[in-house]
Design a binder for this molecule. Structure first.
Ligand code: FDA
Length: 623
């Protein structure tokens, strides 16, 4: 079910220009129209928050860098009302995953492994976990969808506009920008500034975000080209074809890569070089030589679309904001594309930040809520930088098993590649090691835990007094299915005789939601009062027989982990904010106290101190 978001602004009310000041004003200024910036604009416009997005260039990404769009991102885009538009342009899930390891695309195969949840046993995990499946959409196609929808819903988009500098004070941020067409410099005054300006972020540098790790640790090149390779891939459809031939163990993503951009005639090659040596000379002739070598067809007909050199990074910010300025996306996590985490995490950063900014701007939350952006997302930044780099390093056991790690010359490399076929105990050991190394790549390619398993601990999460349940499965491969506060809302199909929808469709991104059962009606009654008292959107959903929403398959009962008269409070970003295992004496006081905690609303101001103490402390519900 696609959730259609309302159009909030006409684009003019989004900003104002007080007469004579020459200063443009808005609530949030976003620098960058990449995945982090365009999604931040979209989410803020969905929340009805006036915003301006500036970007340095005349249009969005011009190379198809990001493509693997994971389940969590698809859920977020579903909530934003654009999942259908994305799927219409994407390569579908079923064509994503017959990942191939080969000597060259036309040459011998080394092995294959179904990925991204396309293997039947893992497909079940993926289908059970989410209403949305992964898909493959190049960044060149995804960004325009987000920008278009953001603009339609209120974002003022300013292309060819460069961020220069900013100053901030107690009330807002004054940002100096340059119109690159006219050369005119002007000021945009915003309540908040988001720096979504990529891995070389000037905003992050200007607020001196603390960084750990290193930049430019390995050399990579991208070559984009057109060639009809249908006959080489149609029987093993995949977005990734990994090539092990001479030179493939130097730099790059850990091995040579031919990546599908559009099936099956547009491609991107990632190939490495030694970053400590002279940068390679990359021209048309060299690009064609590399393409033909990896494809394994000496006279392949090729149309070169572009090429560039770039460096792999292993760096993350340990704090993501300063005062009224926040950074998101590659500005705070810089890593190789291995595992396809960059754009996904960037969009999820913005999803975490947008509802908090909206709540504070609307006066529903205290500014302390914004501190939880760093508390919740900085650990994610570190985790994905480490994970992506580890995924690159995990190619070494494959090279070791093949026996080519120390090959001194191209001839030796090619010769040793044949060792895996030997009829000998050594050959058998090599084959066993090779299979183990290929299967271990599940940590990059079937890692649902990494993709959707984020857990938040902050003041915007109130524990239920218990311990997070122990994990019984590998946390990288499998996500934790639980309603423990801080985890992502479990997906269950619900509905009635006329319709079917996910728990994720019911809990809207524009407000809070509580889920309870028929004997928990008092929670729903209380919610009306609590919403009015705190001035927030709080939707109550009573699930059960005779209700508008029924647990038709019993999936919610199996996952909710609370009694029928308990309650689960879901934040706008679909993470669990709090839960109560059963009915409490005063559900109104409990919900008010918990939401005031999450929103950092001063308890005294709200006259809630006594209620909070009465509800949270004895029940052991405090943080
Ligand atoms: P991004 O760099 O995309 O955008 C920065 C924006 O800021 C741009 O709009 C730019 O114009 C603007 N800007 C910069 N300076 C400015 C200034 N001073 N003033 C105004 N505007 C300014 N990720 C993923 O999730 N799945 C995947 O499959 C892949 N695959 C992949 C393959 C390859 C080959 C690469 C190189 C990368 C990937 N990625 C990926 C990573 C992904 O491309 C990357 O993480 C995102 O583009 C990051 O998005 P951001 O919006 O943070 O920055």
């Amino acid at each position: 079910m696609e959730v259609v978001m309302p159009v909030f602004n006409d684009g003019i009310t989004a900003t104002a220009r007080p007469e004579g000041t020459g200063i443009v004003t808005t609530d949030v200024l976003i620098v960058g129209s990449g995945p982090a910036g365009s999604s931040a604009s979209l989410f803020l416009s969905n929340q009805g928050i006036p915003n301006i997005m500036i970007t340095k260039y005349r249009w969005t990404a011009h190379t198809p860098r990001a493509h693997i769009t994971n389940q969590r991102t698809m859920e977020v885009l579903r909530d934003a009302g654009i999942e259908g538009q994305v799927l219409a342009e994407a390569t579908p899930h079923e064509l994503m995953g017959d990942t191939v390891y080969c000597e060259s695309l036309a040459g011998e195969e080394i092995g294959r492994r179904p990925t991204w949840g396309t293997r039947p046993d893992r497909r079940a995990d993926y289908e059970l976990a989410s209403p949305s499946m992964p898909c493959d959409i190049p960044q060149t196609l995804l960004e325009p969808i987000m920008v278009k929808n953001a603009a339609m819903r209120g974002t003022q988009v300013q292309f060819s506009t460069e961020y220069l500098s900013h100053t901030q004070d107690a009330d807002g941020v004054s940002v100096q920008v340059l119109n690159r067409l006219t050369g005119h410099e002007y000021t945009i005054r915003a309540k908040y500034l988001i720096g979504a300006d990529g891995a070389r972020s000037k905003v992050a540098a200007d607020i001196e975000l603390p960084m750990e790790g290193l930049m430019d640790i390995d050399g990579s090149m991208n070559i984009t080209f057109k060639a009809d390779l249908t006959h080489l891939v149609k029987h093993r459809p995949s977005i990734l074809y990994w090539v092990f031939n001479p030179g493939s163990n130097i730099g790059g993503l850990g091995a040579g890569l031919i990546r599908m951009v559009r099936p099956w005639n547009e491609w991107l090659i990632c190939w490495g070089f030694d970053i400590n040596g002279e940068p390679p000379v990359l021209d048309n002739a060299e690009a064609i030589r590399i393409i033909r070598k990896l494809v394994g067809v000496a006279d392949l007909d090729v149309e070169i679309l572009g090429y560039s050199l770039w460096g792999n990074n292993e760096q993350w910010a340990t704090h993501l904001q300063k005062g009224r300025v926040f950074c998101a996306g590659d500005a705070i996590h810089k890593h190789p594309p291995s595992h396809g985490l960059g754009s996904n995490t960037s969009i999820q950063d913005s999803y975490n930040l947008a509802w908090k900014l909206a709540a504070v701007i609307r006066g529903q939350a205290g500014p302390e809520l914004l501190d939880t952006y760093s508390t919740e997302r900085a650990p994610v930044a570190k985790q994905i930088v480490n994970r992506a780099n580890q995924s690159s390093r995990d190619y070494k056991p494959i090279f070791d098993a093949l026996g080519v790690t120390d090959a001194a010359t191209d001839e030796e490399f090619t010769q040793k590649l044949q060792l895996r076929k030997e009829n000998s105990p050594e050959g058998a050991a090599r084959r066993a090691a090779l299979r183990a190394a290929l299967d271990a790549k599940d940590y990059e390619f079937n890692a649902q835990g990494t993709e959707i398993g984020q857990f938040y601990e902050s003041t915007a999460v109130v524990t239920d007094g218990g311990e997070r349940p122990a994990r019984t499965e590998d946390e990288l491969l499998h996500h934790q299915k639980s309603t423990f506060p801080g985890l992502r809302l479990p997906h269950a199909w619900l509905g009635n005789a006329k319709s079917k929808c996910s728990t994720h469709d019911i809990a809207k991104g524009t407000g809070f939601t509580i889920f309870t059962g028929i004997t928990g009606q008092a929670w729903a009654d209380a919610a009306v009062n609590v919403a009015a008292r705190l001035g927030i959107e709080l939707k109550a959903v009573v699930i059960g027989e005779g209700q508008e929403v029924q647990d038709l398959y019993g999936d919610w009962l199996r996952q909710r982990e609370v009694e029928e008269d308990g309650v689960i409070l879901v934040r706008p970003d679909k993470h669990i904010g709090w839960r109560a295992h059963s009915m409490v004496q005063d559900p109104k006081a409990a919900l008010t106290a918990v939401l005031a905690e999450i929103l950092s609303v001063g308890l005294e101001d709200c006259d809630l101190a006594e209620e909070a103490e009465a509800v949270l402390a004895p029940a052991g519900l405090g943080r």
